[in-house]
Design a protein around this ligand. Sequence first.
Ligand code: UDP
Ligand code: MG
Length: 321
Amino acid sequence: MGNREGGNPRYSFVIPVYNEERNLGELYRRLDGLSDRLDGEMEWVFINDGSRDQSLAFLRNLHQQDSRVTYISLARNFGQQIALTAGLHFAQGEAVIIMDADLQDPPEVALMMIERWQEGYQVVYAQRTKRHQEHWLKRFYAYVFYRLLQRLAHVDIPLDSGDFCLMDRQVVEVLNHLPERNRYLRGLRSWVGFAQTSVRFERSPRFAGDRQYTFTKSLSLAIDGLVSFSKVPLRLATYTGLCAALVALIMAGMVLYWRIVAPDSPVTGLATILIAVFFLGAVQLVSIGILGEYIGRIYEEVKGRPLYVVSEVGDRGESKA
Ligand code: UDP
Ligand code: MG
């Protein structure tokens, strides 16, 4: 175990942790199982994302016992994407592997990724072929979302790939220097380019505990993804506006025609007017909402606050082992 003196580890595992006390023990065992199957040293960077259970205590303990375990503890819950960003800043390895703490991303798949990395690929992302025991509704909206994103985004974001991936140091450096606050990692990862490939795997069920993502969190992640990688929603607003204007013009023409050419025809005004008003109102509200999404992001960027606040660090080289 004792290492470090010789410089940076070859492999870093970056793992966000939010209330995962029941998974960490098993995760540690599984990661430890990889150690003699790898050709270099590992470090495990756990990011405690403001957990309210004993996760942090558990990490402190592990860190004391095993010098491969490092951790950063964020001052509150910042969300998985920010936690990952913090982890990427902190990781030292030549290859950095991102995965979830709940064992839905099997550590053994990392071995397959590492093989591809050794073949020369700089980004190896995992594509799920199956999702075990996830609710059909979640599977359904994940399915729709990934396809929507692929159609709308101006970079090619691969289907059904989550955050689980391996990235070369060179790629991590680029990501670390991206200035934006809005971190949709799987999009940024595609955006950077480099030699990319995928490995396929079946997503396991959670080992223990409940999903930390609520529906609203997932939805907000989805909107983040769409808005930071596509201007199509803005354009959609413009087009809808244009169409509405066209419809209004045609209707005006019809009314005028009836008034002049066929003055006897019964043109009932009220219903038409109501429909038109409601329709236009809806179009305007939606368009303002879409504008707001983008302006809100500009606002976030301009404020220039740090992405996260660290309250505690368990650095390398401190522990006894
Ligand atoms: N997570 C986090 N902060 C959060 C929510 C989740 O760091 O606010 C971590 C969580 O501990 C896990 C990973 O992100 O390691 C994925 O979360 P989860 O399993 O709830 O999401 P799912 O796998 O269902 O997409
Ligand atoms: Mg999970």
